[in-house]
Design a protein around this ligand. Structure first.
Ligand SMILES: Cc1cc2nc3c(=O)[nH]c(=O)nc-3n(C[C@H](O)[C@H](O)[C@H](O)COP(=O)(O)O)c2cc1C
Length: 193
């Protein structure tokens, strides 16, 4: 019988360090992430597993004008719900996000297929965020109510009957990297006989 190859390699430890170390980042410095690198990260993202090779994801990179419209919509929503002062605060905080990406998933009339397609999109997102992270770029996945607002779909040019939003993502070089913890693996691992 052949010996099991060693998994105690430096390369694998480094890989685990990247997986554990990725954090959701909310505050960024203003240095832009090169477009070419983001394009590369999206290409890498598409190598995620996807059942029936459906490739259900679409990656939307909003330009300055579109980002402006998203921020205006956010401010309008916050003004209506919580008042103008908070809306202005939100507007300032969103203006500081250096990179924007919206990921959508194509709808499928078969509910199971659509669920699997969403799973594939999430796997693609993780490829994207980890690839960025390895290069020192943080990101944040948001699924706030704005991403389900009909006006948001109009702004991003997506037909709601054709696709839904997996998330809106901000990315950039972290100003602050938060810490996180996870439960011990024994509390989530169930070994059966
Ligand atoms: C599907 C999904 C949606 C999320 N939406 C939000 C969100 O709307 N707002 C937010 O602050 N974080 C959001 N997050 C990020 C989580 O809050 C974050 O992953 C969690 O706090 C763990 O932190 P970590 O990513 O640094 O490990 C979302 C994450 C996922 C997977």
């Amino acid at each position: 019988m052949k010996k099991t190859p060693s998994y105690e390699t430096q390369e694998l430890r480094e890989f685990a360090r990247v997986l554990r170390g990725r954090r959701t980042v909310d505050q960024y410095i203003q240095t832009p992430v090169p477009d070419e690198f983001v394009r590369e990260a999206i290409e890498v993202a598409t190598w995620a597993p996807n059942h029936y090779v459906s490739e259900p994801w679409r990656f939307i990179l909003p330009g300055e004008e579109t980002v402006g419209r998203i921020i205006d919509l956010c401010a309008a929503r916050v003004t209506a719900a919580k008042g103008a002062e908070l809306a202005e605060h939100k507007r300032c905080s969103w203006r500081e996000k250096p990179g924007w990406l919206i990921v959508t998933c194509q709808r499928n009339e078969d509910a199971l297929r659509e669920q699997e397609d969403y799973a594939a999109c999430c796997a693609a997102v993780q490829n994207f965020t980890l690839y960025l992270w390895k290069a020192g770029v943080g990101s944040k996945w948001t699924t706030g109510a704005i991403t389900r607002d009909a006006r948001f779909f109009e702004i991003i040019g997506v037909d709601e009957t054709e696709a839904f939003v997996v998330g809106m993502f901000w990315y950039g070089y972290p100003k602050i990297t938060p810490t996180q913890s996870r439960r011990d693996v024994d509390t989530v691992l169930i070994s059966l006989p």
